[in-house]
Design a protein around this ligand. Sequence first.
Ligand code: HEC
Length: 110
Amino acid sequence: MNRICLALLMVGAWSEVVYALDREQRHGKALLEAQCARCHATGRTGRSPLSEAPPFRTFGEKLYDTDFEQRLQDGLTTIHPGMPTFRFGREDAEAAVNYLKAIQQRKKPK
Ligand code: HEC
């Protein structure tokens, strides 16, 4: 048994896991694309169609506030006034936040 090969294989499999979105995150992504993409950039790249709307990948720390997910459930008017109200169910809010966490820019871009 070639241990080095096995180790490399495991590293390869691990990075797949880290970079691929899981099923829940893909669900969150679909929700956000459907409801928010006309103003916000919802992916890892690209500009927001509405220039005042921050790209989702720049939220960073904010996503880790304990109330962020709650705000998605309470309705997004609490996040930005003048917006149509979106309300997410608990599972949808969780999926959306998990997706958002997955696409955040790293602190230091390569
Ligand atoms: C009609 C355009 C529009 C749509 C649709 C929209 N947004 Fe926004 N959003 C904005 C603008 C403009 C800002 C920046 C100004 C502000 O914070 O009020 C913003 C800011 C935000 C912020 C940052 C607020 C903060 O606390 O700093 C979050 C989070 C956010 N949007 C989430 C969402 C989500 C999630 C959706 C989809 C469910 C969404 N937005 C849909 C226009 C929009």
